[in-house]
Write a protein that binds this ligand. Sequence first.
Ligand code: SF4
Length: 692
Amino acid sequence: ISESRVADTWTRTTCGYCSVGCGMLVGTKDGHPVAARGNPDHPVNRGKLCPKGLSEHLMVESPGRATTPLYRRGGRGTQLEPISWDEALDLMTSRIGSIQQRFGNNALGVISTGQLLTEEFYTLGKLVQLGFGTRNYDGNTTLCMASAVSGYKLSFGSDGPPGAYADLETADVVLLIGANIADNHPILCNRLRKRPGQVLIVADPRVTKTAMMADLHLPVKPRSDIALLNGIAHILLRDGLIDRAYIDAHAEGFEAFVEFAADFTPEAVSATTGLSTETLEHVAHLYGRASSAFIGWTMGVNHSTQGAVTVAAINNLAILTGNIGRTGGAPFSITGQCNAMGSRESSFTSALPGYRRFENAQDRRDLAGIWNVSEDSLPTARGLAYPDIIEAAVKGQIKALWIIATNPVVSFPNLKLLEQAFESTEFVVVQDGFYPTPTMDYADLVLPAAIWGEKEGTYTNSERRISKVNAFAVPPGEARRDFDIFLALAERLGAKGSLFLGWSSTHDAWLEWQRVSAGRLCDYSSFTWQQIEEQGGAQWGGDRLYRDGIFPRENGRALLHRVPCLPFVEQPDHEFDLILNTGRTVEHWHTRTKTGAVAMLDAMQPNAWLEMNPADAERLSLSQHDRVTVCSRRSSVRNVELRITGIVAPGQVFMPFHFAEQNSNLVTLGAFDPISREPNYKQCAVRVERTR
Ligand code: SF4
């Protein structure tokens, strides 16, 4: 390393990619980031970082950073041209104002992200609801963890993962369902297998790296997870492997559930899942006899038209065995983005800030009192969810879209619908730290934003740990921090004095958010930024929720749900004979807006590929590394490298979704969970042929 690359300053911060929330030290030399290492004192990662974290500082000064506002002065079909911030903010408020005057306030749809600071989510929620006055605000978090939120609410009455990462180390049995944490949450994966004798079971249709680590891999058929969970419940009940005292004291719905689960015999479940009856018995007995059992899940569960109820079926097992609120026992949603949890708690998307319920008059009164606004100014029901905002735009009900730190042209299922939505709108604003992104092709106005490394505030990770995020660089060119953009817009709307009186920094937002969250399940009020930074974060709610067995439902009891097992929406047929599963790689993040800008990550995994079982390749006369086209009823993806491998079962293929050039979301299905509104990214019917 040349002397010019040796850091003269180290800044403590938290990784801005995934929800593991690793503590980092970023080294700068003369104000430029030159190195990153894991913070050895941080309790989450204890000095380790994955390839994304280790190279995250390189992203900050990478080419392609957005540096100036852009506007399509000549209208759509013309070039984006640089303009001043004053003009950009005037244009944004005047054009949105004109649309709202003609079509009503809810004609503005706002789609944000899980990447902002909690302080920014809190500010944005207030600005959107009370400044712009639209209810139609949601995050791309609906594309990844809305099912977990809804499932927790169904069973326990509130969102909030009850467990902690330490449970992965202490549990007797860890059951991971649809969770390839070796690729997607690599540093969390490090915490598995620390305890001699711990049994790791992984249910996944694909032989993922996580499955390779398991004592027992359950290669379930696609979307047979509900049958598996109900089948385990059946055996637990049949063999008396339940905690009857816990159920009697803390649950409801037991008798009805027993009756329901009677149908899920090992024989019936074996036919649905493809697992042998012996395996099912073995898994249920391992789980039921464990003194502590942990179930973790991610997108394999959430990305489904039955995602929310699948989460409830997972929670059922934890309720039946009393594996909640105790060391090593938890039903645990491993979240996606670095601050998806912060957005869940502090913004207006799936609940009012502080997990207050839209429909609860006392919750609204309480919040209106803190904010000194009229109760009527708070919505009594949530606005449209992300896919419904897109659909409303297609129908002409939403006329303006404000898209913040997300890239739906690559990440939204069914690109055609999204294109129609853009065409039907009058005004699209894209706010991002990089340009151009594929979504900017449809933007009328682009706002350049600061990114991780240039902002100060907090993120909250999957185990509810609030960690400090610090700036070590200044935003490039004229890029502004999202928080400053929100305040400038509030000023333009004449709402700064009423909503954000005296605010100038994210710390002002933090102080108000502490008051708003005080006394709620997600209570931030007892922490200071300094404590959080020095201690490597702090978990709201303590290390585990519901230790006392009292749940935030009206009667204080957790609910056992009867979850039917439905076939997935698009079954293969003679024309589209394979089931496509999509997922991630360890090197990349979402649509590669950030990781694609880091040369070393790009070089490690520059293109998409398609995994296919040797039996299917032989049937289709395809050879290793052939270039293939993946076709569905929607569209096709051309020129994808074929990898013939036993990692996928016959009849199934897998493709990573990160790549704009080979976008798997051209072919995925725009079908959504009716409760959470999360897309069914994980299964659709496709045909594969050699690219001509
Ligand atoms: Fe960052 Fe997640 Fe990797 Fe940790 S595991 S370094 S939080 S991307």
